[in-house]
Design a binder for this molecule. Structure first.
Ligand SMILES: Cc1ncc(COP(=O)(O)O)c(C=O)c1O
Length: 389
């Protein structure tokens, strides 16, 4: 099939809610994607921070192929051994005590679950989140998303329990958390919001204020989790321990899966019937989760994310050009804010066999597979250099 046929059929049968790029891929291997004509692309997007162990990792492929031939889905009516294994694997990478997991199917659903847990545990009603945040598109997650452009035509679905503080402003958080606050939900780095980071003091203040006033601290690690920032969790960069963690994206190495992770005590309020999902934690996706975490440990990908991320960020920071306004991020989650040419650069990259993402106007977002090598980083930096000169 040719891309024009794909486009024509898609325009006939699919919702047109995505502004899709004119590329269609056939398969991927390691850091590379191959389009329908066999053209190869160095992928620095990783399916929006999902394919952390690269494409078609043999260990991951073998594990899910075997599981697919045995048992894909049974529901949560029964004990699911792959869920228990995957939850144990998650507990091995989260802070001590945060060792109870509820499996869901996406990032938005993970945040919905985290907020339900907080409301039930505290018996309070208000949820606070940051301006410019992104927490997903389902009604509750959309309510927490502090950007009106996503909410505008759906106001009717958004609860009045939500309110918004200024990201990275501890005065703002301090002034808003009160005795009615069930939770503060916050991203360690705002991904969709343009790879914006906040200070350690800010996260420490959120932690302290929540503890003082009886609210729970939820960190949305959907994008920053699973080694993306050079630590297992984004919040680990700030030495703060939250009450609840939302995970998704890279958790299953490419299969749709999300998770709510919290303590035994907090999780215990979710008694049978309080929450659930038909697909959450199928044998297939949980096998993928365990295989992904195994591969990440065996290949030391969290350290690689830290090292190659630092190398890449340092090299880009040394480029002397008026077009580059700022270079920021942690590990392999890097934002390069450009003056005006981010979209032109994205196209230039594509023409030169590299995939990058542009978010929040003029920020180039690099969120590659965590298997990236310094030689891959060199290819990107040389392309950026050529574009700027
Ligand atoms: C921080 C954050 N939270 C939640 C979501 C929503 O995840 P999903 O698209 O899987 O629902 C995203 C997606 O980009 C995200 O970056």
């Amino acid at each position: 099939m040719k891309i024009d046929e794909v486009k024509e059929k898609g325009s006939k049968y699919l919702f047109q809610n995505y502004g899709r790029i004119d590329l269609c891929f056939d398969h991927g291997e390691g850091m590379y994607l191959y389009d329908l004509d066999g053209r190869k692309y160095l992928d620095l997007v990783a399916g929006i921070a999902v394919n952390s162990i690269g494409y078609s990792h043999p260990k991951w492929v073998n594990a899910i192929q075997k599981k697919a031939s045995e048992l894909v889905h049974v529901s949560n009516l029964y004990q699911v051994k792959e869920q228990a294994d995957a939850a144990e694997a998650i507990a091995s990478i989260t802070p001590k005590g945060l060792d109870h997991t509820l499996f869901v199917n996406s990032g938005a659903e993970a945040n919905e679950g985290s907020m339900k847990v907080a409301v039930r545990y505290t018996g309070k009603r208000k949820i606070l989140s940051a301006l410019n945040s992104f927490h997903g598109r389902t009604a509750g997650a959309l309510g927490a998303t502090g950007q009106t452009k996503y909410q505008d035509t759906f106001q009717t679905l958004i609860s009045d329990c939500f309110d918004y503080f200024d990201y990275d402003s501890f005065e703002s958080v301090k002034s808003m958390v009160d005795k009615d606050t069930a939770a503060v939900i916050v991203e360690p780095i705002q991904g969709e919001g343009g790879v914006r980071t906040a200070s350690a003091e800010f996260f420490k203040t959120v932690r302290d204020v929540c503890t003082d006033r009886g609210a729970l601290m939820i960190v949305d690690e959907v994008q920053t989790g699973m080694g993306r920032t050079g630590r297992w969790l984004g919040i680990d960069n700030f030495n703060v321990i939250p009450d609840i963690i939302s995970l998704a994206k890279a958790l299953g190495g490419g299969v749709p899966v999300g998770a709510v992770v919290t303590t035994d005590e907090i999780s215990s309020v979710m008694t049978p019937g309080t929450h659930g999902t038909t697909f959450g934690g199928t044998p297939l996706v949980c096998t993928a989760v365990s295989a992904t975490i195994d591969v990440m440990k065996e290949e030391d990908l969290v350290q690689n994310s830290h090292d190659v991320g630092k190398y890449l960020k340092d090299r880009v920071s040394k480029i002397d050009s008026d077009e580059i306004v700022d270079v920021r991020g942690y590990g392999l989650m890097i934002g390069i804010e450009m003056r005006s040419k981010a979209s032109d650069f994205q196209k230039y990259c594509r023409d030169n066999g590299i995939l990058i993402n542009v978010c929040h106007g003029n920020t180039v977002r690099l969120i590659p597979p965590l298997i990236m090598k310094t030689s891959d980083a060199d290819i990107f930096v040389e392309t950026l250099d050529r574009f700027l000169n």
